[in-house]
Design a protein around this ligand. Structure first.
Ligand code: ZN
Length: 287
């Protein structure tokens, strides 16, 4: 199988909200916000060609489903779904995707499943031949959100997925549509049932999703204001990083605008960080 990073629409988001209780004086050393205190984040997907003969897309970014007013409110760039254009650069259309894996259904990860907004047109699902793979707990949360994270979900999306007849809900560590080369690991700190995919076993790649949205968040105490249970997230992150370092598994970031792939490392003081950062991956061979 070969791995490719596929860029989606950028999102400009309040910098403070991305760093939880980290003081501004500290996070300003890591990122440079604009005059409105916004930082520009990627919403990146991971494409795998020939995963047992299938084309598999891990996440779809925000896409362009929002009406113009909401697109501005949420700081999303572009009025067409950039993931689709990125797939085309790799010779694929949405018709060629056999499975789409969603770590959770927040709009910045799953919005790209939907058709681009057009006045008077109802939303419809993209990827007409794909199995949509969602964790059972993440699905329940999306169907019954808490008031604190309700705005992160798209109410129209769940009925469309259910009615497609191509939704696979996953509770264990593998999905029927993907076989054994993708194993799932669950985390509840960001949102209940966040489903993290590890591709290719030892020496493979982990799609970190919002457990670690970019390099900065690999450092244990750094969490997002959007995380439901920050202390739990930190404990999960530590357990996950230990296992990944042991098994020589690399990190794939969805929100880091500069880095798609990196190797997790721990220094002599016990602090976690990254090495061997790569901006994009094009045809990384695994297994
Ligand atoms: Zn999220």
């Amino acid at each position: 199988m070969q791995l490719f990073s596929v860029e989606g629409n950028y999102q400009n988001i309040d910098a403070g909200a991305m760093f939880g209780n980290v003081p501004r004086a500290l996070w300003k050393k890591w990122v440079k916000p604009d005059e409105a205190s916004l930082i520009r984040l990627s919403c990146r997907g991971l494409l795998i060609k020939d995963l047992g003969g299938k084309n598999v897309l891990f996440e779809t970014g925000t896409g362009a489903f929002f009406e113009p007013k909401l697109r501005v409110r949420f700081g999303i760039e572009g009025d067409r779904n950039r993931i689709i254009d990125s797939l085309e650069e790799h010779g694929l259309s949405e018709n060629d995707i056999d499975a789409v894996v969603l770590s959770h259904l927040h709009f910045d990860h799953a919005g790209g499943l939907l058709s681009d907004w057009q006045e008077g047109l109802e939303m419809s699902l993209r990827f007409p031949h794909a199995t949509y793979i969602v964790g059972e707990l993440a699905w329940e949360r999306a169907c019954n959100p808490h008031p604190r994270d309700r705005a992160s979900f798209i109410p129209e999306l769940q009925p469309l997925l259910e009615d497609s007849g191509r939704l696979e809900l996953v509770a264990g560590d593998t999905a029927v549509a993907l076989g054994d080369s993708v194993r799932f690991w669950y985390s509840d700190g960001h949102t209940p049932g966040l489903m993290i995919a590890i591709v290719g076993g030892d020496g493979g790649v982990a799609f970190c999703s919002d457990l670690m949205p970019g390099r900065v968040w690999v450092h244990l105490p750094v969490t997002m204001g959007f995380d439901r249970y920050p202390e739990k997230l930190i404990d999960e992150k530590e357990q996950f990083l230990r296992e990944l370092i042991d098994r020589n598994i690399r990190l794939f970031f969805t929100h880091d605008p500069e880095v798609s792939l990196a190797t997790p490392v721990q220094d002599e003081r016990g602090l976690y960080g990254t090495a061997n950062e790569q901006a994009c991956i094009t045809g990384l061979e695994l297994g």
